[in-house]
Design a protein around this ligand. Structure first.
Ligand SMILES: C[S@@+](CC[C@H](N)C(=O)[O-])C[C@H]1O[C@@H](n2cnc3c(N)ncnc32)[C@H](O)[C@@H]1O
Length: 192
């Protein structure tokens, strides 16, 4: 019994140290929390983001390119890539660990690519649909980039954070677990 408790304690200590190290790593890559950490979409916000993306993707007769800017473990990209094999999906994330998890989860999908890099380096003009779930500072920087690079007929779905330099075409109330969340949908350059 004592040995069992000792082993259990050792496993707990190793897990805690692993988590602490991961938080340190996340703090470093997010430039001291200038960018948000890995946290998956959830609740009504996730449902609305997925359903708006699905409407857009199912209405297209040509293959589209979709990017998730900060794809995390694929909470949005995976169900979309499974449902729409005719479209190409790209997940950008600079976190080594979440990229490995997403690569593993997407191993059977030939239409989903995972890139470990800063999404501020991506040429956004190649994409028809942009997904993001960031934070206030990152969304502000991204909105300047989007306004410069986006294709005229592209759509953007931003969960929780408004892209300040752009005008949303629709704003959905996505209150989840008591949090007053919103989903912002931007469509074509006339609105940007
Ligand atoms: C809140 S999570 C969103 C995950 C996923 N999009 C979802 O909706 O479930 C934000 C992700 O963005 C990534 N991220 C933040 N800033 C980034 C940047 N500049 N370049 C690449 N990834 C970034 C983080 O590592 C994190 O995994």
């Amino acid at each position: 019994m004592d040995i069992f408790l000792l082993l259990f304690g050792c496993v707990l200590v190793v897990l805690c140290i692993g988590l602490e190290l991961y938080f340190l790593y996340a703090l470093l890559i997010s430039k001291n929390c200038k960018y948000p950490p890995a946290f998956p979409s959830f609740g009504k916000m996730k449902k609305i983001a997925l359903s708006e993306a699905e409407k857009f993707l199912s209405s297209s007769k040509r293959p589209l390119r979709i990017i998730d800017l900060g794809s995390g473990t694929g909470g949005l990209l995976l169900p979309l890539a499974k449902k729409f094999p005719q479209h190409q999906f790209v997940g950008y994330d600079w976190d080594f660990f979440v990229c490995q998890i997403l690569k593993l989860r997407a191993r059977k999908l030939s239409n989903l690519t995972v890139v470990r890099d800063n999404f501020m380096n991506v040429d956004l003009s190649q994409y028809d649909l942009l997904l993001c779930f960031l934070d206030t500072k990152a969304a502000e920087e991204l909105s300047l980039k989007v306004a410069k690079e986006i294709k005229s007929d592209a759509m953007i779905i931003s969960s929780a954070f408004e892209l300040k330099n752009l005008t949303p075409q629709q704003v959905f109330d996505a209150k989840s677990f008591g949090m007053p969340l919103k989903v912002y949908v931007y469509k074509n350059s006339n609105n940007l």
